[in-house]
Design a protein around this ligand. Structure first.
Ligand code: FNR
Length: 395
């Protein structure tokens, strides 16, 4: 409402409210390599396109005269992840190497998340240390995303988890779809691997990890700083080992993480059921924004059947393709308890650092609030926002 009033007074806002324009405007601010990295997808981009098209197949059906005088309550309950209700049904998706988009990188986005009351999921591949992200995030809600080193590096995994715990990260998100980066032609055309660019990732990534540092020193006889490129290559190899774990390995995570565990990148019913069987707390239905398996199914396409199979037994987050308030409403109506916002906030970061990220979060939430309100939906809770408010246009 505030935004509307300000707009009506003809005060030009610093950033556009047209969410589909964030990408193009951010592109103007970025170097070709950073642009290719964030905008790029796997292969031909078919899965990324399908992610977007899947939203258009579902439509919200507004209902009338239901005494909706107050704005809808946007809070959500992800009871296995957070004891308290979260004020909003969104979180910041883990995105690595954010300093390639803005010199303040993760510090800017972690501050914005805390200010807007949105949980921050920090990537293992961050260009800022766990401790510095925690400091920037202050008393915000924060969760740690693990790129899971192979079993021979269990000592490093344990070190990352214990540092995250100490720094106040309250849940662990383990990404399963990226043990190696996908076939990404835009990065290949640019000859670009952001993780090996020690110039723009600075002290970066895992360099603050004492176990990684000690192992590097005993192997090479020098500190990381003296062989920074080799260190970046070894770190990259450690967190993207090129092959995946097995379900048995989850035991190790449970032993080393005292708190909720969420597996990110789930697309099949069988995998979702396995998570329930193992007593895990959550899943993220995600295909990494179409950046890993080209030709893969849309993430929204698999959401309803996964909800039908495991809904109520585990907390369900959704991502891949969310670009506006209505998209969030549809994913929640189909049974997700929360949505992760990916590329839109990265565009905000490129456009204006912390202010840009805040703008994107506030815009998406404002849009969601008015969309629900005008559709006669009183809250973002399943009691009001469920499949009864949707129809499929293609049936
Ligand atoms: C990602 N994503 C990601 N996921 C993760 O678990 N760890 C990470 O470090 C990253 N890094 C990353 C970088 C960039 C530039 C992008 C665009 C994405 C995936 C991310 O968390 C999320 O799943 C997708 O961004 C969702 O798709 P959309 O909505 O951004 O298209």
């Amino acid at each position: 409402q505030k935004i509307y009033q300000r707009g009506l007074e003809y005060e030009r806002p610093p950033f556009t409210f047209q969410s589909l324009k964030w990408e193009a405007q951010a592109e103007e601010r970025m170097a070709a390599e950073s642009k290719g990295y964030v905008v790029g997808n796997a292969g031909t981009g078919e899965t990324a396109r399908k992610n977007r098209e899947a939203f258009a197949k579902w439509s919200i059906v507004p209902s009338r005269l239901n005494k909706t005088s107050e704005l809808p309550n946007l809070s959500t309950q992800v009871k296995r992840i957070s004891e308290q209700r979260l004020p909003f049904p969104i979180a910041i998706a883990p995105v690595g190497v954010q300093r390639i988009f803005n010199p303040d990188g993760e510090v800017a986005s972690a501050k914005a998340a805390a200010r807007e009351g949105v949980p921050y999921i920090m990537s293992t591949a961050s260009s800022t240390s766990i401790e510095d992200v925690a400091k920037a995030n202050g008393d915000g809600v924060r969760w740690y995303q693990l790129y899971w080193p192979s079993n021979e590096h269990n000592e490093i995994t344990a070190s990352l988890l214990s540092r995250a715990k100490k720094a106040g990260f309250s849940a662990l998100f383990v990404t399963l779809d990226t043990y190696i980066l996908g076939w990404r032609p835009s990065d290949m055309d640019n000859g670009y691997n952001p993780f090996l660019r020690s110039d723009n990732i600075g002290v970066a990534i895992g360099f603050a990890d004492p176990v990684f540092r000690a192992q590097f020193k005993s192997k090479h006889g020098v500190e990381i700083e003296e062989k920074i490129h080799d260190a970046a290559a070894e770190w990259t190899q450690t967190v993207f080992p090129g092959f995946s774990h097995s379900w048995e390995d989850i035991k190790f995570l449970k032993e080393h993480w005292d708190g909720p565990i969420v597996l990110k990148g789930i697309q099949t019913i069988a995998d979702a059921q396995k998570c329930v069987e193992l007593g895990l707390q959550g899943i993220v239905v995600s295909n990494h924004g179409g950046r890993q398996v080209d030709g893969g199914v849309s993430s929204l396409g698999v959401l309803p059947r996964i909800v039908d199979a495991v809904g109520g037994k585990i907390d369900i987050f959704f991502d891949s393709g969310i670009r506006c308030g209505a998209d969030i409403a549809k994913a929640l109506a189909l049974g997700a308890q929360g949505c992760l916002i990916g590329r839109p906030y990265v565009y905000g970061l490129a456009l204006g650092g912390q202010e840009g990220v805040s703008h994107v979060l506030k815009s998406l939430l404002g849009d969601l609030e008015l969309t629900l309100h005008l559709a006669g939906i009183q809250s973002a809770s399943p009691e009001h926002l469920n499949r009864s408010v949707l129809i499929r246009e293609d049936e």
